[in-house]
Design a protein around this ligand. Structure first.
Ligand code: DI6
Ligand code: FE
Length: 406
């Protein structure tokens, strides 16, 4: 698209159809003959072209293309080294994800690879995955640690995550997931490792401002609700919001635990029950739906999307991009999976990768919808109707990606 960098930092996109995704608007908050005006990287107007304020800037003619908010992938483990294609082959031969993990594979094998990699190598290995996401219009991505599992390697992962934002025009939110798995040196002592997370890793991460949130894996193969509560107590004391991998492989009532701590989101949720859904609704905790992991580990229990609807729980949709259970770097394909596998509607899928994903990151005041005052993060699409973004598999109709007005 042409320059149209106006005087006084204005940019204008006109002759577009907008899916504003504004909270409270019906459906996609669509505007047929729409325009977006940005100034100094912020949206100053998004609405009917007829009512747009006049500026000195030359407008970009969008030829009737659709503009959505820039997409947001609100749950990824993008920073890792190597891959686990070997375990994929084991599982194809019949092993389950939990069997692979108990046999010393799984998360711990990614820990070995990450510890052996330098920060520079981690950044270099992660950039192609980030580029794949950005090629589909992602303007904000959350990136978790969780393959370091000691203070130095968790911090190395989080620094690598932060550095992605220096390398590419994208917003990165870093999340400390030190309570992800038990490292080999813990010799099976889960409580002692949780002490290390709460007393050493989180305080250092907070002191160096390396994370925007704290996450954990509450599961039989990982940590108990009591252990996660210790981590959350410390996160709260350090002023960091929390999120949780909850009820992915069994129902340990992780969703209710997350809600009790006012978590931004609880994620996965295949085994969440009605009590969990009700608690999330009450706390305003977003349900992050991760169909890539469900698909890849051939889970059969679906997240209770209908319960979330009935209780008014907001739903985000994310890739969970990681080497073990979701080697997925397409948020468009993820939307297709959420619709096809879980029966989410087109409107729910699109809200899930924009407005609700922003909410799940605590960023709804800054991005996720086309509304005045928010960052001018836009995706412009060569499509006739928004359903095409959910319907296709393996096709990318992105025409342009705008981050902070550029
Ligand atoms: N749940 C998942 O699906 C990923 N982490 C988690 O807590 C798996 C990460 C991995 O297998 O590497
Ligand atoms: Fe995850």
């Amino acid at each position: 698209m042409g320059g149209a960098n106006g005087k006084s930092g204005h940019r204008v996109w006109r002759n577009a159809r907008l899916a504003t995704m504004a909270d409270g608007a019906a459906g996609l908050g669509a505007v047929e003959k729409g325009a977006v005006v940005a100034r100094d990287g912020l949206i100053v107007y998004a609405g009917p072209e007829a009512d747009m304020p006049s500026t000195a800037a030359e407008a970009v003619d969008c030829d009737g293309r659709w503009i959505t908010p820039g997409l947001i992938d609100c749950h990824t483990h993008l920073v890792y080294a190597g891959n686990r294609a070997n375990e994929f082959e084991m599982r194809l031969a019949g092993a389950t994800y939990e069997e692979v993990a108990r046999a010393g594979g799984g998360i711990v094998s990614s820990v070995k690879s990450l510890r052996a990699a330098s920060e520079d190598e981690l950044v270099a290995q992660t950039l192609p995955r980030l580029d794949a996401l950005m090629a589909e219009g992602i303007t904000t991505v959350e990136v978790k640690s969780g393959y370091g599992l000691d203070a130095d390697n968790e911090k190395k992962s989080l620094r690598a995550a932060r550095r992605l934002a220096d390398e590419r025009p994208v917003t990165v939110r870093a999340t400390c997931l030190a309570a992800h798995a038990l490292p080999p040196e813990a010799k099976g002592d889960r409580d002692a490792f949780i002490d290390l997370v709460a007393d050493t890793i989180l305080p250092q991460v907070a002191a160096e401002k390396l994370a925007d949130a704290v996450d954990g894996f509450c599961e039989g193969i990982a940590f108990s609700p009591e252990q996660m509560a210790r981590v959350f107590d410390k996160a709260k004391a350090l002023g960091l919001p929390v999120k949780l991998h909850a009820d992915q492989l069994s129902n340990l009532h992780g969703a209710a635990l997350a809600a009790r701590y006012g978590a931004l989101s609880a994620d996965h949720l295949e085994y969440t029950d009605e009590e969990g859904a009700a608690a999330m609704a009450k706390a305003g905790t977003v349900a992050t739906i991760l169909p890539g992991a469900y698909y890849f580990i051939r889970e059969t229990k679906k997240p209770p999307v209908d319960l979330f609807r009935r209780h008014g729980v907001k739903m985000a949709v994310a890739t969970d991009s990681n080497p073990g259970t979701s080697p997925l770097t397409s948020l468009l394909l993820t939307m297709n999976m959420a619709a096809t596998l879980f029966g989410m509607t087109v409107d729910e899928c699109l809200a899930g990768v924009t407005r609700e994903a922003a909410r799940a990151l605590g960023l709804l005041d800054k991005t996720g919808t086309l509304e005045a005052g928010k960052s001018a993060d836009l995706a412009i699409w060569d499509i006739e109707r928004p359903a095409e973004l959910v319907y296709r598999m393996g096709f990318n109709p992105l025409h342009a990606r705008i981050w902070r007005g550029q």
